[in-house]
Write a protein that binds this ligand. Structure first.
Ligand code: C5P
Length: 229
C-alpha cells in the first residue's frame, strides 16, 4: 500500500518577515524545506515526495528544484497557488499513479518526528480515511470581538491543536477537494477541514511538541536551539 507525501512550501511567510518564502529560510545553514523533506525521504513508510514550491521564479522555486535534482526520482517539484488549498490541489495532481495513501505536510514543520509520521500511516492502514496528529491545548482560549472585548470562553478540554502530516486515503481526499471547489469553499486552512466539509470522519493520533509550525521569528529561534543542542 503505497504512501506518498505532499509537502506544501509555497506560502510567502509574511509573519516571519525574512523577505523570502518561509520554507527557504535557513535553519542551521539549510533551508527549512530540506529538513522537512529529510523527515519523509528517509522514512520507511513513505515511498515518494511531492514538493509544492512558490510558482514565481525566485529563491524558493530555484532551491526546491535544486533539492529535487539532488534527491532524484523519488522527489518531484510542482508550482503552488495563491491559497494553501490550491497548493495542495497542485501537489495531489502530481502524485504517482499507484499512490493509495497521501500525507499532506507543512514545510513549516521541519522537525516532525518519525514516530508521528508512523502513527498517521498506521491509522490509515487500519482503515481510516482521514487522520490528524493533535495536541491538547494548554492555554484557556477565549473568543474576542473586533473591539477587543471577550465574548466567550471555550471549554479547552474539548479543544486540540492540529499539526501535520495529515493522512488520507488518496481517493477520498481527491473527491473532498473537488467537492470543496464545487461548493466555492476556497479558504479552508487544513485538509482535514476539506474532508469534514465533505462529510468524512476524521480520526486523531497523538502529535508532538517537536512538530510545531515555524510562523514567527520566535519559532525560528526555538527551532535553531532544538537543532543545535
Ligand atoms: O500560512 P501557513 O503557515 O498556514 O502555511 C502552512 C503551510 O502551507 C506552509 O508550509 C506554507 O508554505 C504552505 N502554503 C502553500 N501555499 C500557499 C500558502 C501556504 O504551500 N498559498
Amino acid at each position: 500500500m503505497t504512501v506518498a507525501v505532499v509537502i506544501v512550501a509555497a506560502g510567502s511567510g509574511e509573519r516571519l518577515g525574512a523577505g523570502i518564502p518561509k520554507a527557504f529560510v535557513a535553519l542551521q545553514g539549510r533551508p527549512i524545506l530540506d529538513w522537512a523533506v529529510d523527515a519523509f525521504n528517509g522514512h520507511p513508510d513513505v515511498s515518494s515526495v511531492v514538493i509544492v514550491a512558490p510558482a514565481e521564479p525566485g529563491v524558493g522555486s530555484a532551491q526546491a528544484t535544486a533539492l529535487a535534482e539532488r534527491l532524484g526520482d523519488r522527489v518531484v517539484v510542482v508550482p503552488g497557488g495563491i491559497s494553501r488549498q490550491q497548493s495542495v490541489r497542485s501537489g495531489l495532481a502530481a502524485l504517482p499513479g499507484e499512490t493509495e495513501f497521501v500525507l499532506i505536510h507543512d514545510a513549516a514543520r521541519p522537525l516532525v518526528p518519525a514516530d508521528v509520521i508512523g502513527s498517521v500511516v498506521a491509522a490509515l492502514r487500519q482503515g481510516a480515511d482521514a487522520v490528524i496528529p493533535v495536541l491538547p491545548v494548554p492555554d484557556t482560549i477565549k473568543r474576542v470581538d473586533p473591539s477587543g472585548l471577550v465574548t466567550g470562553t471555550l471549554d479547552r478540554s474539548e479543544l486540540r491543536a492540529v499539526q501535520t502530516p495529515q493522512g488520507f486515503r488518496r481517493s477520498a481526499l481527491l473527491s473532498a477537494h473537488r467537492a470543496a471547489l464545487d461548493q466555492g469553499l476556497h479558504e479552508i486552512t487544513d485538509d482535514a477541514g476539506v474532508m469534514e466539509a465533505a462529510g468524512y470522519v476524521v480520526h486523531t493520533v497523538p502529535g508532538s511538541p517537536a512538530a510545531f509550525k515555524i510562523t514567527t521569528p520566535h519559532d525560528l529561534a526555538l527551532a535553531q536551539l532544538l537543532v543545535t543542542r
